[in-house]
Design a protein around this ligand. Structure first.
Ligand code: GLU
Length: 296
């Protein structure tokens, strides 16, 4: 597609119409209930922001709502993973022992946080993560929601189980309590779709390279998003949308069109896989409209 002014206008009109249509249909899914603080979020909401590599921005609104980025935080930490081994060994471990619901991402994320904590205190680690995301988004108004973090600390039993499990197998270097407190705070970062689309620029691969983010990290992060970004719905997302993406239980999704765009969508209702229902549908429609699927 030609990147002209007219093309931006067309996409803009499409996005407005899309949000209207999806809102009218009203198939919102259900908000995440297992984190009490998230269960209070109003269901009927959908926001979209698209950053195009030429610097244009297309969005569904001017006033964006901050939401809990949850597992999307993981994509901004992948650079800390020194090798693939931590993932692989944990995947095997988990598979053999049958721990349910996306052990790959949670165990991998907890391990990544553990690696950071080898060299840093929890406060410094969180500072570093926030600074990285703020730099990526060119925006200092990004914070951690303490209420959500506390809510997760009180209710994240599955994550405690995973962390203790890894500790028992000797694959977690720090105390489960310390790692999880840091992990829960990292998941409780709040961003708007605009901030997230801006932060996603670093994975487009063309410009906005920030120091210490090499081409190989960009490539790896996109590949991991492609195969594992949407829990058990990753295959469904690959078929329907066809680009790398990472979702979080807060209802946000960051999707990357390599060399072309960074897209953030948010709608708190989740589908049967735990991914934003309206958000996934919106991405599917946008991807079709723009012919953005890597498989098309
Ligand atoms: N903090 C959440 C958990 O670990 C993140 C879930 C998610 O977004 O995948 O359960």
């Amino acid at each position: 597609v030609q990147r002209t002014h007219k093309y931006k206008e067309k996409l803009q009109q499409f996005v407005f119409k899309l949000v209207d249509e999806i809102s009218q249909d009203g198939n919102w899914g259900e908000v995440a209930k297992y984190i009490p603080a998230l269960s209070k979020v109003k269901l009927e909401q959908l926001e979209i922001c698209i950053y195009l590599e030429n610097g244009d921005i297309v969005s569904s609104t001017q006033s964006f709502t901050p939401f809990s980025i949850q597992s999307i935080s993981k994509v901004f930490l992948l650079r800390n993973e020194s090798s693939g081994n931590a993932f692989d060994s944990i995947v095997q471990l988990e598979q053999e022992n049958g721990i349910p619901r996306n052990p790959f991402i949670n165990a991998g994320a907890i391990k990544t946080t553990d690696i950071i904590l080898k060299k840093k205190s929890p406060e410094n680690a969180l500072d570093e993560i926030l600074t990285f995301i703020r730099d990526a988004a060119s925006n200092n108004e990004i914070f951690i929601n303490e209420e959500v973090a506390q809510s997760e600390m009180n209710s994240g039993h599955k994550n405690y189980a995973i962390a203790h499990f890894m500790r028992a197998y000797g694959t977690l270097d720090n105390k489960p309590q310390t790692v999880l407190k840091t992990y829960f705070h990292q998941c409780s970062i709040e961003m708007t779709c605009k901030q997230l689309a801006m932060a996603g620029r670093i994975f487009i691969g063309k410009e906005h390279k920030i120091p210490h983010l090499s081409q190989s990290i960009i490539k790896n992060t996109n590949a991991i998003m492609m195969i594992a970004g949407h829990y058990n719905g990753s295959g469904d997302f690959a078929v329907r949308v066809g680009i790398p993406g990472k979702s979080g239980v807060g209802g946000g999704i960051l999707a990357i069109v390599p060399n072309q765009a960074s897209i953030a969508v948010w709608s708190p209702g989740l589908n049967e896989f735990g991914n934003s229902k309206a958000g996934t549908l919106a991405l599917e429609k946008i991807s079709n409209f723009m012919n953005w699927s890597l498989f098309s």
